[in-house]
Design a protein around this ligand. Sequence first.
Ligand code: ZN
Length: 188
Amino acid sequence: MAHHWAEAGQRGGAASRGKPKSAEHRRKIGEAHRGRTLSDDHRRKISEARKGQSLSAEHRAKVGDAFRGKTLTDEHRAKISEANKGKVRSPEQRAVLSTAMRRDDPGYDGAHARVVHEKGLPSLCKQCGTVEGQFEWALSHDATDVRTGTSKRRLGQRYSPHVKDYVRLCVPCHRKYDGKPRRKKVTS
Ligand SMILES: [Zn+2]
C-alpha cells in the first residue's frame, strides 16, 4: 500500500510537505521502501502521526480493492478480531444503526444489524456443524436481491436487505464459501 507520504514528508522538510508528487517520484519512494522493515519506534511515530486522520473515499476504495480477494491468515484474522473486541458502539452509532435497520434498504451495516437483531449472533456453522470457534453471518449464494454498499466504509461490499439471505458459518467455512466462486485466488 502506498503509505509512504508521512515519511517522505518528514524527509523532504516543511517546504515539500503537502506538495503533490509526480507519479515517478512516488514510484521511486515506493521502491526505496519496499522490503524494508520499520523499527517499532518508527512504526509508532507513523501511527501517532496518522491518528485521527481519515482516508478519502478514493483512498478507502483502493485499500478495499487491494484487500478484496485476499485470504487473510488465521493469525491476521485473530489480530483484527482482538483489535475490534474493545470497540463499543457510541450511542450515536447505535442510533444510526437502529434507524437504518428499519428502512426498506437498510444498507450494508443496517442489514447486518437487522440479522443480528432478529436471529442473534451465530454460534454454530451450518456448513460443517462445528460449535467451536468464531462465526459470522454470511451472505448466501442463493440471495437474489444483492446490493452493494454505498457508504464510505462499505463501498462496493455486497449485502442483501433480507434476513433470510444470511447463513451461519464458521470463519473457515465462510472463507471457503466466499473464496471459490466470487473472489480471485491469491497466487503469490
Ligand atoms: Zn464451518
